[in-house]
Design a protein around this ligand. Structure first.
Ligand code: COI
Length: 343
């Protein structure tokens, strides 16, 4: 099945991550320990078809971005949060943890080597993709004894060309209680392809996932967390174990609280959001994630009815998106110590 591109928005996203930069960082896990890793030219790797990663889904990844600041320095945004999340994912997938030293060494080496790929324009960044895969050669279903940790990069620009159209998904499920929803493991993404493909065919950019039990509560928007602003109050699904602990999500919530907004992290029912639209409340809706940053939702389909959230430069979410960008670019003070400077 091919990915059907039904609109220009989706076409824009398909260019993301196509081009590697010049280098990669690679470390090996064997005999119970990671080696120190090395920076090499970007190259293909050779694996046996027996390698366990091809069969049973022991793959975990991360995503973060490096930015060029107005004074020319380069920073990585909150990489230690990605490090912590990667180890949570690795633990859930029975894979060996990385040391902070190895993770940060890989990331820093890559940014130092390939920072020239960050363009001058404000929306440009270097997307950094750490990956751990099971490499032991074995067809049997077992936890691998061997792994590779690879850090690769790709230049990134704006992910969605325009505000997005989504539908609240009430048939398929992304994650169930006790499952791997909180982990950034490959299987979560592969399992989302089919429902997302169907949504594309219907003209939507993404789905908003709902809980696996009764499809009553909002979970995530495609590959992003979802945030609503209803009459000035920011409302977002709480971290329940079924959604990813998004770093952009956390950053926006921090900014909102600092800006004096009321912030509610809790269960958000589909009905509550539909009622808010029906009763004429001012509703903003956005997907937030590393790649898309803050993606405004301009149309949301709930139970077959289409609603139009408030978007545009005057929305609260657009203002916080700008604030986040200015912190990353060094235009606003980084009061939270989020920018990790790469020397
Ligand atoms: C992110 O934005 O953090 C993502 O993981 C999206 C990626 C899977 C393309």
């Amino acid at each position: 099945m091919s990915t059907t591109e039904t609109n220009a928005n989706i076409a824009a996203t398909t260019t993301f991550g196509k081009v590697p930069t010049d280098h990669m960082f690679i470390a090996e896990y064997k005999n119970g320990k990671w080696n120190e890793g090395t920076l090499t030219r970007f190259q293909h790797i050779s694996l046996s078809p027996f390698a366990l990663c091809f069969h049973y889904g022991q793959t975990v990844f991360e995503g973060m971005k490096a930015f060029r600041m107005k004074d020319g320095q380069v920073n990585v945004f909150r990489p230690l949060k990605n490090f912590e999340r990667m180890n949570l994912s690795l633990e859930r997938m029975c894979m060996p943890p990385l040391s902070e030293e190895l993770f940060m060494h890989g990331v820093s080496e890559m940014v130092k080597a390939d920072k020239k790929f960050i363009d001058e324009d404000e929306e440009s960044s270097l997307y950094i993709r750490p990956l751990v895969i099971a490499t032991e050669e074995r067809i049997g279903v077992k936890v691998s004894d061997e792994y590779l940790f690879i850090v690769m990069c790709s230049p990134a620009k704006k992910y969605f060309a325009n505000p997005i159209k989504v539908k609240v998904e009430t048939e398929f499920t992304r994650a169930a209680e006790g499952g791997t929803g909180f982990a950034k493991c490959g299987g979560n993404y592969g399992a989302a392809y089919y429902p997302t493909h169907l949504a594309h065919l219907q003209g939507y950019d993404q789905v908003i996932w709902t809980d696996g039990q009764n499809h009553e509560y909002m979970e995530e928007s495609g590959t992003m967390n979802v945030i609503f602003v209803v009459d000035g109050t920011l409302i977002t699904p709480a971290l329940s174990g079924t959604i990813l602990e998004g770093i952009t999500r956390d950053s926006i919530l921090t900014l909102a609280r600092k800006n004096g907004m009321k912030v509610e992290e809790r269960r958000v029912s589909v009905k509550e959001i539909q009622d808010a639209f029906e009763s004429g409340k001012k509703v903003e809706a956005c997907g937030v994630g590393t790649v898309a940053v803050v993606a405004p939702i301009e149309q949301i389909d709930i139970n077959g009815k289409k609603y139009t959230p408030f978007t545009g430069d005057n929305s609260q979410m657009a203002k916080m998106k700008r604030q986040l960008l200015e912190i990353r670019l060094g235009i606003q003070k980084d009061e939270n110590g989020w920018n990790y400077m790469v020397k």
